[in-house]
Structures are given as structure tokens and as C-alpha cells.
Design a protein around this ligand. Structure first.
Ligand code: NAP
Length: 248
């Protein structure tokens, strides 16, 4: 039985969507959770209440993960509040879609900066702490778009492919200290991010899923929980697709 009692998890982007489902799943297994959000305090407060109802400690923190300074401060604050960090889930992400020809430079930079540099900043912020503890888990949320590419998402696909390189490099750097680093590549998961996709593109995406249904945040959360558990102690540098077969 997976058990995370007493473990402290930091989940970026857990005010809503996949991150919230991850926070709730980890808490249901006993983990305390630091809820990181970008601006949506109301939603973050709601997540904290739902986590507390599961009997764990939960605090929310406003932090823009694209800022190295803010992530550094966040890590120190969480360590002070919770007494340490055992699990980091780099889930925060945004989209700014468009074909390459019309994609603005600032939209390319912004997506790379939140989705890829954000995960790097957070990893760096907890790096020494986890090295010293000689145990830990880092789980990065990539995407099947990072594996296969997607027309209209060059910035997002590049960031998500970058996450895979970051994951494998960090896995090699931290393995000797018993810190595992893995990634999940979700397919089409129903959240506010996918709600924003135009109907025709949405239908095409759904038609491409062999399991004939969109995924839910919980589908991703279950895989994160496994990677965070003691049962996954010998798995590192791995990318697990959670996509109903979409990228087969
Ligand atoms: P979502 O519903 O749009 O939620 C995004 C979350 O990220 C929110 O909690 C948001 O906080 C936070 N966030 C955004 N920018 C941030 C920043 N600069 N610093 C800190 N937090 C920030 O997205 P989702 O669908 O749950 O996606 C979560 C992750 O899964 C993303 O990395 C996404 O790329 C990935 N993914 C999603 C799908 C899918 O089908 N949905 C598929 C593959 C991969 P606020 O609430 O404060 O804005």
C-alpha cells in the first residue's frame, strides 16, 4: 500500500486543474502539501481547505515559478513552515498557441520561461536540500506534445521536450543521493487549459485517443503518487505517458 504519511510535497500550479488533483491525491496518502499558485488566491485557498479536510497540513504560496528569486524564497519559506521538503511536483504551466509564422517572440519566451525555466528554477531551489537529505522525489509534468510535437504549439512543445532533457539530466545528477527525477507526459486531460481549445480541435484530439475518452486530473495524479512513493524507489529518468494511448 502506498503511504506518504508525514512527507512534505510542493506542488506548483495546484490552485486548479491537474495540480489540484495531484495535491489531493498526495494528501489522501498522508502527505502535507504546499500549494503554489500564480495569482488565483481564491482557488488556492479552496484547495487548501479541501486538503485540510483530508487531515494534512496545507499552506498556499503565491510564486511565479519563472522567477529564480521567487522560487528560492519559496523553497526557504516552505522548509521553514513544514520542516523540510520530500516531494517536488513541477506542474505549473501555460499555453500561448499560434503557428510559428504568427507566434510573437514574447509568447515563445513566456511559455519557455514558465513551463521550462520554472521547472529548472524549482529544481535548483530544492537541489541542495534534497542532496543533504539523501532522499527525495522530483516529478515533472511534461506532455505528449513534448514527445511528438504539435502544429500551433511550437513554444509549448519545445518547453515540454525541454522538460524531458531536464528530467534526465537531473536524474543523472541526483541518483547517487537517492533522489529520483521522473516525468509524466499527459495526453488530453479535461481542465481549464483544454476547455479553452476550440470545439473542432477538441473533437479531433478526442478522436485520436484510442481509449475514446479524455483523461481526468486524477489519472495523472495516480501516476504522480506512484512515482512519489517508496514503491518507485528504483525508477529514475523515466517518462510515463498518461494519455489513453493517444501517443502510441
Ligand atoms: P490549468 O488548469 O491551466 O492550471 C495551471 C496552473 O498553473 C494553475 O494552478 C496556475 O495558477 C499555475 N500557474 C500558471 N502560471 C504559473 C506561474 N508562472 N507560476 C506558478 N504557477 C503558475 O492547467 P492544467 O491543464 O491543469 O495543466 C497542468 C500542467 O499539465 C501544465 O504543465 C500543462 O502543460 C500540463 N499538461 C496538461 C494537459 C491537459 O490536457 N490539460 C496535457 C499535457 C500536459 P493560477 O491558478 O494562480 O493561475
Amino acid at each position: 500500500m502506498m503511504d506518504l504519511t508525514g512527507k512534505n510535497a510542493v506542488v506548483t500550479g495546484s490552485s486548479r486543474g491537474i495540480g489540484k488533483a495531484v495535491a489531493l491525491k498526495l494528501a489522501s496518502l498522508g502527505a502535507n502539501v504546499a500549494v503554489v499558485y500564480a495569482g488565483n488566491k481564491e482557488k488556492a485557498d479552496e484547495t487548501v481547505k479541501e486538503l485540510e479536510a483530508l487531515g494534512v497540513k496545507a499552506i498556499c504560496y503565491c510564486c511565479d515559478v519563472s522567477s529564480a528569486e521567487q522560487t528560492k524564497q519559496l523553497a526557504s519559506q516552505v522548509i521553514a513552515d513544514f520542516g523540510g521538503i520530500d516531494i517536488l511536483v513541477n506542474n505549473a504551466g501555460i499555453v500561448k498557441d499560434g503557428l510559428i509564422l504568427s507566434m510573437k517572440e514574447e509568447d515563445f519566451d513566456k511559455v519557455i520561461s514558465v513551463n521550462l525555466k520554472g521547472a529548472f528554477n524549482m529544481t535548483k531551489a530544492v537541489y541542495q536540500h534534497l542532496m543533504k537529505k539523501r532522499r527525495g522525489r522530483i516529478i515533472n509534468i511534461s506532455s505528449i506534445v513534448g514527445l511528438n510535437g504539435n502544429a500551433g504549439q511550437a513554444n509549448y512543445a519545445a518547453a515540454k521536450a525541454g522538460i524531458i532533457g531536464l528530467t534526465k539530466s537531473a536524474a543523472k545528477e541526483l541518483a547517487a543521493r537517492n533522489v529520483t527525477v521522473n516525468a509524466i507526459a499527459p495526453g488530453f486531460i479535461e481542465t481549464e487549459m483544454t476547455d479553452a481549445i476550440p470545439e473542432r480541435a477538441r473533437e479531433a484530439a478526442l478522436a485520436a485517443i484510442p481509449m475514446k475518452r479524455p483523461g481526468q486530473g486524477e489519472d495523472v495524479a495516480n501516476a504522480v503518487a506512484f512515482l512519489a512513493s517508496d514503491e518507485a524507489a528504483y525508477i529514475t529518468g523515466e517518462i510515463i505517458k498518461v494519455d489513453g494511448g493517444m501517443a502510441i
